[in-house]
Design a protein around this ligand. Structure first.
Ligand SMILES: [Zn+2]
Length: 53
């Protein structure tokens, strides 16, 4: 399970991981190149974080 999230949706992404995987989420900051090549899992902005289980 992996979500990409902007600053606004990082808590939602972490809640999804906790609910769906019953695991503590791991959060990583994306590189500039990674940010610009994709969008947040919850909106159309560029993401800042990668949240995985
Ligand atoms: Zn977002």
């Amino acid at each position: 399970m992996k979500y990409l999230s902007c600053k606004e949706h990082v808590e939602i992404a972490m809640d999804h991981i906790i609910d769906e995987c019953e695991a503590a989420p791991n959060m990583e900051v994306l590189s500039e190149q990674q940010k610009l090549s994709t969008t947040c899992s919850f909106c159309e902005q560029h993401p800042t974080y990668s949240i995985t289980d």
